[in-house]
Design a protein. Structure first.
Length: 576
């Protein structure tokens, strides 16, 4: 019996019945395969900005030929208005780094609600360079900093100054001219807490303020290159061709710190994965008539993904090269063409995408399959946008001291079955320690024999679960949790976490992060690619990732004019 027929015998088709279980979704290798989609933060921001026709206006741009000076932009997002002041600096190798220990950047800026007075701008200029010792001015949402992409930035300036477009074959290796080196908000430095955002705030959903900040970095990078080109080339200087301006995004680098983000934000991880799985289920249920319109839309999107993968100039160390993914996307497209022919002949059911996706699962590369699932979401844009608006999360984890131990153990055994199947005792499984570097102030992961005595900062979830279960098995199941924790205070953190997340399917990766077999880049990739919506995320040493945000995204002119392409992602390389 086919999947669609099986579900039909059980009553109405419910999206929840089609959602994959955590035993499949939460495996690290599957999380790493998840691809950008309309519910990714950057794409969701562009969808809202396009729908509401946000306007971005350059209000000031006083920067000299060495890059020293300031700029300011105004952003109108519906009934809301924001300012984005920028302080630009001459590039210097001294204390300049993409890491958090840096003390010099090519650009620093802030996203601020409303207009800013000269006094407020002056105060911001004094506080921003202090970074961790600084204090944000009122109504500030984020602080940001970024660096130019050195050689490619200068290459673009020199080409435009001559009246030429920069060579795509050079820019296509990274697809950006400036790289984000830090966006801070949600109370950091005194910025506005995200939970304090008003109900009609356009950036209320999780990560939206950060994404608008990153988009403004991209706007500034393009403007700065063209500004330098005019200073250098005068009247013969050219501006970016529109298709090249869209092709170039803003770079982003991430490292092991995102592991702590996943550990510390389980409700956010669960809600985002729930949103994505729900949207995919709705996409599978799209009705298809004899015109096969949804299938033809899907085929067009697949073709874009194939071309983008075939043209990808990025080099990958551990992750599968794009050409390999393209091969399987071609297989999917070929089988979709056959399905379109059947639909047009009236030989398919009402929802043929159910059986179509099921038939491909396991036959094509996971990244190719996840690409297909992401594209299904494009068939239900209104559903996806509505679901994304629910990403407003109170992440405080609160325990239930009155709960009986028998019930707590039931939750442990039900929600964490995976933890009991892991090897948690061998030397290989306990080899690594997570710690904070004394010199770089950044998260690190190293072998125990090399690190020596260090406080382990990693959430050793499976061992905490197994240890809790062991002590619960020896306690009276009718005893309350409060009394148990008086005897076993070492279990307070994990017991609270288990209670607070009970019943949520997608909150924690099913992994032992202490094991030698664990690949940190797999979890970093979930955040970067799936949740943030970063393209061409390439790995380094199985832990660091670099990619590009807003690759192909509409320009401010596109947004204001209402001409933004709703399917702007997977852009083809511009023709020279």
């Amino acid at each position: 019996m086919t999947l669609s027929a099986l579900l039909a015998t059980e009553g109405p088709l419910l999206p929840r019945a089609l959602m994959r279980g955590p035993e499949e979704v939460m495996r690290p290798e599957r999380l790493a395969a998840i691809q950008p989609s309309r519910v990714s933060a950057s794409r969701n921001l562009i969808a809202r900005a396009s729908r509401q026709r946000w306007t971005i206006t350059q209000k000031a741009f006083d920067i000299d030929e060495k890059g020293r000076g300031h700029a300011r932009y105004a952003i109108e997002a519906g009934s809301w208005r924001f300012s984005f002041p920028i302080f630009s600096f001459e590039p210097s190798s001294r204390e300049r780094t993409g890491r958090i220990i840096g003390r010099a950047w090519d650009m620093m800026g802030a996203l601020v609600e409303g207009d800013m007075s000269p006094a407020a701008v002056s105060a911001l200029q004094g506080e921003l360079p202090k970074l961790y010792e600084g204090r944000a001015t009122p109504n500030t949402l984020t602080w940001a900093r970024s660096n130019r992409s050195g050689r490619l930035f200068d290459l673009a300036v020199n080409a435009l100054a001559k009246g030429e477009q920069p060579p795509v074959e050079a820019l296509g290796g990274t697809c950006y001219l400036m790289r984000n080196t830090g966006i801070d908000g949600n109370g950091t430095f005194g910025t506005k807490s995200f939970l304090a955002f008003e109900k009609d705030h356009p950036l209320r959903a999780s990560l939206q303020a950060q994404m608008l900040t990153a988009y403004m970095m991209r706007v500034f990078a393009l403007d700065l290159v063209q500004h330098f080109a005019r200073l250098q080339g005068g009247t013969k200087a050219a501006g970016f061709a529109p298709d090249l301006a869209r092709f170039l995004g803003v770079g982003n680098g991430s490292a092991l710190g995102l592991m702590f983000f996943v550990n510390n934000h389980p409700r956010l991880i669960n809600q985002w994965l729930t949103i994505r799985e729900t949207a995919i289920a709705h996409g599978k249920l799209v009705p298809v008539g004899r015109d096969a319109a949804p299938l033809r839309t899907l085929a067009s999107l697949l073709e874009k993904a194939i071309v983008a993968r075939q043209q990808d100039r990025s080099e990958y160390e551990s992750f599968t090269p794009s050409l390999r993914i393209a091969e399987d996307l071609v297989v999917i497209r070929r089988e979709l063409d056959a399905l379109i022919a059947l639909a047009q002949a009236g030989e398919t059911g009402a929802t043929p995408l159910l059986d179509f996706t099921a038939s491909l699962d396991g036959r094509v590369h996971a990244e190719a399959f996840e690409t297909l699932l992401s594209l299904l979401i494009e068939l239900v844009p209104d559903v996806a946008d509505s679901l994304s608006d629910t990403l407003v999360i109170d992440e405080e984890l609160t325990g239930r001291p009155e709960m009986r131990l028998g019930r707590l153990r039931e939750i442990v055994r039900s929600d964490y079955r995976w933890a009991f199947d892991l090897d948690l005792t061998s030397e290989r499984s306990q080899r690594y320690v997570w710690y904070k570097s004394r010199t770089a102030e950044e998260p690190r992961r190293g072998p125990r024999e090399e690190i020596g005595e260090a406080h382990n900062l990693g959430l050793d979830l499976p061992r905490l679960i197994v240890a809790l279960d062991r002590d619960l098995s020896q306690a009276d199941p009718k005893t309350c949790v409060a009394r148990f924790l008086l005897q076993h205070p070492e279990h307070r953190l994990i017991a609270t976490r288990v209670q607070a997340l009970a019943g949520l399917p997608y909150h924690s990766p099913h992994a032992d992060i202490m094991s030698e077999d664990f690949v940190p880049a797999q979890i970093t990739r979930l955040l970067n690619v799936g949740i943030h919506g970063i393209d061409k995320a390439r790995d380094f040493l199985n832990r660091n990732l670099r990619g590009v945000i807003f690759h192909g995204a509409p320009t401010p002119a596109d947004l204001a004019a209402g001409t933004a392409d709703p399917h702007w992602f997977y852009p083809p390389e511009p023709r020279s």
